[in-house]
Design a protein around this ligand. Structure first.
Ligand code: BTN
Length: 261
């Protein structure tokens, strides 16, 4: 494994960055999430990044697989050790989705975010975010491994994904450089994480709300309750108003029924 500097990201030299001061750029790995967990166990500092051209066992949310398309997909995991209460750990996945949106907007597309962190264009998934938290024996947040997959330069997808997934290349009709998208993503993550540490999650959530496809939409919670998604609270939970006027706070699982972005 080789660790290497990726140069200057958003005007910050490598040694000034919170995220991306060290980037382990791998050709192939089981999962960049697993690799970060191994590095964390070996004492890697916060902000360490692993990227790979291909994952043999890429992980999605809820135990799903994440397909890449070797060399055409941006596969990134970041080690974070935030000073946040466990209940606010979901803010990191909002940071991930927002940083993806900023990075792909610079490539000329206008994505929307489906709560909590799917990045969509025209209802098809351009990127996914997986935030895996580990707590200490005392129940405090020890680390969050923030994993991001962006479909960058795939010309096509396997038949089972073709209706649900899309790449920058398919959207714009031109080639997109995975390394450039990576640098933009790391720059946006670094800037957003600084903001979160300095001023809390309000600015992050405001930027997320502007891109949300979920707020204002009718949604159904995992346990079958329906209503309109009104807002997200300061910990990223979805606030849903039911038809009988009750206010639900949804923190886990998935909602369905949000319109295609
Ligand atoms: C989702 O299900 O939407 C989340 C997908 C997250 C995929 C990324 S790719 C880089 C990192 N390594 C993994 O194994 N998963 C995440």
């Amino acid at each position: 494994m080789s660790a290497r500097d990726v140069g200057v990201v958003n005007g910050r030299a490598a040694d000034e960055r919170l995220i991306g001061h060290t980037v382990h750029a791998l050709d192939e790995v089981d999962s960049t999430q697993a690799e970060i967990a191994r590095l964390a166990a070996a004492g890697a500092p916060e902000g360490t990044v692993v990227t790979a051209r291909h994952q043999r066992a890429g992980r999605g949310r809820r135990g799903r697989e994440w397909w890449d398309g070797a060399g055409d997909s941006l596969l990134v995991s970041v080690l974070l050790r935030p000073s946040l209460p466990v209940a606010e750990a979901p803010l990191l996945s909002f940071l991930g989705a927002l940083a993806v949106a900023v990075a792909v907007e610079a490539e000329g597309v206008a994505p929307r975010i489906r709560w909590p962190n799917d990045v969509l264009v025209d209802g098809r998934k351009l990127a996914g975010v997986l935030a895996e938290a580990a707590t200490t024996a005392e129940g405090r947040l020890d680390r969050v491994v923030l994993g991001i997959g962006i479909n960058v330069d795939q010309a096509s997808f396997p038949p089972e994904l073709v209706d649900r997934a899309v790449s920058l290349r398919i959207l714009t009709g031109r080639r997109h450089d995975v390394g450039r998208v990576r640098d933009r993503l790391l720059g946006a993550l670094d800037a957003g994480y600084r903001e979160l540490r300095a001023r809390g999650g309000a600015g992050l959530l405001a930027a997320w709300r502007r891109r949300s496809v979920t707020l204002g939409a009718r949604v159904r919670t995992a346990d079958g309750r329906e209503g309109v998604a009104e807002d997200v609270d300061e910990a990223g939970a979805l606030i849903v108003r039911t038809e009988d006027g009750r206010r639900l706070r949804v923190t886990a699982g998935e909602i369905t029924g949000a319109p295609a972005a």
